[in-house]
Design a protein around this ligand. Sequence first.
Ligand SMILES: [Zn+2]
Length: 146
Amino acid sequence: MDENTPPKKAKWTTNAKGGRVLIDPDGYQYLISKKVKNTSYWYCRERAKQACKSIAVLKEDSEEIVSLTEHPHGRGLAKEHIRGIEEKHILAASTQPSVAPRVILGEITSAINSTASGSLGLMRSKSAATRAIQRKREEVRTVIFI
Ligand SMILES: [Zn+2]
C-alpha cells in the first residue's frame, strides 16, 4: 500500500471462541499474530489451508489498516461468512411470512455492509435469495402443520 492510499478502516467479526477476527475492505479475514504497543500484526485466516502468507498491519487506537499484502486465493471464508448472514435472515424471514422477500434482501444487504462491505458481490442473486426464503417458509409451514 503506498502512502497516497487512504487509510482503510478495519471491520470485525468473532470466531467460534469469541476471539477478534479482522476483516479488510476486500472481505479477507485475519487472526492476530502479535501486538507491539499500538501496532498489531494479523495473519490470513486461510494461512494453513491456502498456504497464504498475507499479513495485515493495524493501528489499534484508530483501527486503521496501514498495510496489506496480496492473497493468492479467493475470499472463500468471507463467502462462508456472507452465507451465514444470509441464512440467519432467511431463517428469521420464515417465521414472519407477511414480510416481503425484497425487505429481507434489504436487511441482508445492510447486515453485510456493516461487517464486510467489500463482500457484497459475494451475496447470492436476488432471485436465488428469494427462492431460499420461499423454501424456508415452506419448510416451516410443513413442520407447523404436520
Ligand atoms: Zn490469504
